[in-house]
Design a protein around this ligand. Structure first.
Ligand code: NAD
Length: 417
């Protein structure tokens, strides 16, 4: 109940979204770590070249030390605790900095984490840029940052001073490709759910849709119908639809709705007092409009028609590598082609957003969408140093490699190495 209340305060998050998008993800990660820890922590034997025999070589994971975890506001619980689970599973201590823009959740974490983890291995520091900057001046053994790329640069710069390794979980524009021969009702349901979950404030939410022009109007029709089916004729009254985190983001998004970003097909309504922005779909968007050049991170979905899927792939390839890419198509050849010809943190075929809840799939970006990955074993790897240990027996010592080097030794060594 405390968690639900905090997330309702911060983001108007529906209880079901608290369960599926925050609590369940954390619980699954804990369960996976507890189950797999004996296997993850076990030293791994590796082979030794003949000329070094007799010897034993192994790779031994060890904790990095004290790590800093900096979290964003959109999934303020999950994006703080899931990295923490990995850090603790790998044996580290952690300083955790929740987002000041989700103050209720930040408070909850600051109050409750020390109660549950009472051995002092986790410290929660609350605050915004000023406190984070102060923390970043300290020499940590790893920094795990989730947030936007501008702050990511500051984190990397601060880390460079101490040669601290970083994981950067960043954002960007995640494209969604819709082919011709698809079940448009299914596409509309999955797309509507993925886009408007948490009112579009999801780093891997479909940012825009590249749809085959032959099905553009049919898709628009289905999306409109699905939005009404999900949130009712007036989504302001729906208990299943979230709110924008604060006024700064509310004004950033509503400024885009006032013009220059295409024609509003559905939604477009906003209410400042409750930070509500309707699930909104826009079309006929100019190529240089902000909704097509900046990360949207809110409930606005631009629909862009393309002549075919080759054009869609070209569109994606000519832009920065996204965090996630979605393809709706049953054409196996096209599925293979999209996976092979585009680069992104992840690809989901015929769904969206759900990759985040598969613990065995590493979660992270590539290039401008991020550096490094986590979830499940990938979290353990991120927060571990894999130390190489070579143990050479003493009962036998081949003198071939020692000086003085003569022709006979050289001949033997040539064979051996
Ligand atoms: P943000 O970068 O504004 O804030 C993240 C953290 O950085 C917060 O804890 C904040 O206190 C701190 N911070 C902000 N400004 C700072 C400064 N000048 N100096 C030092 N620290 C500072 O990000 P946000 O707005 O909370 O989150 C939205 C962004 O995060 C989006 O771009 C989204 O795509 C991305 N995101 C990525 C993932 C992912 O898993 N890859 C998940 C969620 C969000």
């Amino acid at each position: 109940p405390n968690i639900e209340a905090a997330l309702r305060d911060d983001l108007g998050k529906p209880a079901v979204e608290v369960l599926t998008g925050e609590v369940a993800v954390v619980a699954r990660e804990i369960a996976a770590a507890r189950r797999m820890l004996p296997r993850w922590t076990k030293p791994r034997r590796v082979g030794v070249p003949l000329f070094l025999w007799p010897a034993k070589a192994q790779v031994v994971p060890e904790p990095l030390g004290v790590v800093l975890i900096i979290a964003p506001w959109n999934y303020p619980l999950q994006l703080t605790l899931v990295p923490l689970i990995g850090a603790l599973a790998a044996g580290n201590c952690a300083v955790v900095k929740p987002s000041e823009l989700a103050p209720a959740t930040s408070r909850l974490l600051a109050e409750q984490l020390p109660q549950y983890i009472a051995d002092g291995s986790v410290q929660v520091i609350e605050g915004g840029p000023e406190q984070t900057t102060a923390l970043l001046a300290e020499p940590f053994d790893h920094i795990f940052f989730t947030g936007n790329a501008a702050v990511g640069r500051l984190v990397m710069e601060a880390a460079a001073k101490h040669l601290t390794p970083v994981t950067l979980e960043l954002g960007g524009k995640c494209p969604c490709l819709v082919d011709v021969k698809v079940d448009l009702d299914l596409v509309a349901r999955r797309l509507t759910w993925a886009k408007f979950y948490n009112a579009g404030q999801t780093c891997i939410a479909p940012d825009y849709v590249l749809v085959h022009q032959a099905v553009e109007s049919a898709l628009l029709e289905r999306l409109k119908r699905t939005i009404t089916a999900f949130y009712g004729p007036d989504p302001t009254t729906s208990r299943d639809y979230g709110r924008i985190v604060n006024l700064r983001h509310f004004h950033r998004l509503t400024a885009w709705l006032r013009g220059g970003n295409g024609e509003v097909v559905c939604g477009g309504h906003a209410d400042e007092a409750t930070r509500y922005i309707a699930p909104t779909i826009v079309r006929n968007v100019p190529a240089n409009a902000p909704v097509l050049t900046e990360e949207i991170f809110g409930p606005i979905l631009p629909i862009v028609p393309v002549s075919d899927m080759t054009a869609a792939i070209e569109y994606v390839r000519s832009r920065p590598k996204p965090l996630a890419l979605y393809l709706f198509s049953n054409d196996r050849a096209l599925q293979r082609c999209v996976v092979a010809q585009t680069s992104s943190g992840s690809v989901v075929i015929n769904h969206a957003v759900v990759q985040g809840v598969v613990p065995n799939l590493p979660f992270g970006g590539v290039g401008p969408s991020g550096t490094g990955a986590y979830h499940g074993k990938a979290s353990f790897d991120t927060f571990s140093h894999y130390k190489s240990v070579l143990n050479k027996a003493t009962w036998f010592d081949l003198s071939l490699a020692y000086p003085p080097y003569d022709d006979a030794k050289r001949k033997w060594l040539r064979r051996l190495v």
